[in-house]
Design a binder for this molecule. Structure first.
Ligand code: HEC
Ligand SMILES: [Cu+2]
Length: 332
């Protein structure tokens, strides 16, 4: 809402000017597809607006012109106008053919991944995205170089999710049990929202991340190198905080005492826990380890058994150790 007025002014001044914020109606045009997709959208929109206005105008005119007080008796249709019929069939058909043709062209462009595109694997799981790069690096935000075709090979570990990057004008379902793909070439450096756009449960709306575009390949490569060993130089607790973030624990567990789908990690260390079956236990290293590996073994009272083993992620032994250290460090 805050941006509405300046955006509106920007639209009035120049609707084609590009800013990283985009315009009133569109996010920025940040990929190779954006210009064409927006052109098609605008074309369909304005053709529809004009058609709507013509139909309403004709309706109003006819309602008034042939109102009951003027023509009280229904008249037999005076004649058939072939000319009129042809005009109102052929002209809209031309517009429809243009819509189909441009739409089909764009569809084919979306499908045809250029040979040699940089492939990144994307995995959706409730409620987190993981991106894997050819070097073995992994991240929870999508990082891409500008000006190079990038292919996303998409899968899901549990339910339907869907990749949506509005600034790139791309969208593709993530389907459990199969791979789907999309491609794009980023044309503007910056950070753009990356959404899950298929309702997937309680924290669907929190399944948001970013697509980060680097202006040069060198900057991207530098990031890739740093992503290869993200735990280097960190204490176990600091590394654990990173695991908590990267492996999606934070979509269900906060570190500040507020409870989401799962209990917060803040202050649980050393506390006495009540479980759904009426038993109790103390939160120590082994309890944490068990809670991560076999969450169903003890269900914290007041919560549901919705956590799957390892939070649905691949965790190395090292990463589990880091998590234990992290939770310990949040004792108070
Ligand atoms: C889909 C949501 C979800 C995700 C993701 C998730 N958890 Fe959980 N977790 C829960 C719920 C709900 C509980 C409480 C019920 C239970 O005990 O199983 C829980 C319980 C726990 C507990 C016991 C907490 C306590 O207060 O006694 C630990 C420890 C834990 N999770 C660790 C993790 C770690 C580490 C990750 C990331 C690798 C993770 N969880 C990912 C939902 C989740
Ligand atoms: Cu979702």
């Amino acid at each position: 809402m805050i941006h509405l007025v300046p955006n509106l002014l920007a639209v009035l001044q120049s609707s084609s000017e590009q800013t990283p914020e985009g315009s009133l109606f569109f996010p920025p045009k940040a990929s190779n597809f954006a210009a064409e997709a927006d052109w098609l959208y605008n074309f369909i929109f304005w053709v529809s607006v004009v058609a709507f206005a013509l139909v309403i105008a004709a309706t109003v005119y006819l309602v008034v012109r042939y109102r009951k007080s003027v023509a009280p008796e229904p008249q037999p249709s005076p004649h058939h106008s072939t000319k009129l019929e042809v005009i109102w069939s052929v002209i809209p058909s031309i517009f429809l053919v243009v819509m189909f043709w441009k739409g089909f062209e764009l569809f084919v462009d979306y499908r045809k991944v250029p040979a040699g595109a940089y492939q990144i694997q994307v995995e959706g799981v409730k409620w987190n995205w993981t991106f894997r790069y050819p070097t073995g690096a992994e991240s929870n935000e999508l990082h891409v170089p500008m000006g190079e075709p990038v292919e996303l090979l998409i899968s899901s570990k549990d339910v339907l999710h869907s990749v949506f990057i509005p600034a790139f004008r791309v969208k593709q379902d993530a389907v459990p049990g199969r791979y789907t793909r999309l491609w794009f070439e980023a044309t503007m450096p910056g950070e753009f929202p990356f959404y899950c756009t298929e309702y997937c449960g309680t924290s669907h709306s929190g399944m948001i991340t970013k697509a980060k575009v680097y202006e040069t390949r060198a900057e991207f490569d530098e990031w890739l190198k740093s992503a290869l060993n993200p735990y280097e130089g960190k204490s176990p607790a600091e590394a654990g905080a990173l695991v908590w973030e990267r492996k999606g624990c934070k979509t269900c567990h906060t570190n500040d005492g507020s409870n989401l789908v799962g209990p917060s990690f803040k202050g649980i260390w050393g506390a006495t826990r009540e479980f759904e079956d009426g038993s109790t236990g103390t939160v120590d290293e082994n309890y944490i380890l068990e809670s991560i590996q076999m969450p169903a073994a003890k269900i914290v009272k007041g919560y549901q058994n919705v956590m799957v083993a390892n939070g649905g992620q691949e965790l190395s032994d090292e990463e589990r150790d880091f998590l234990v250290a992290y939770i310990t460090s949040l004792a108070n």
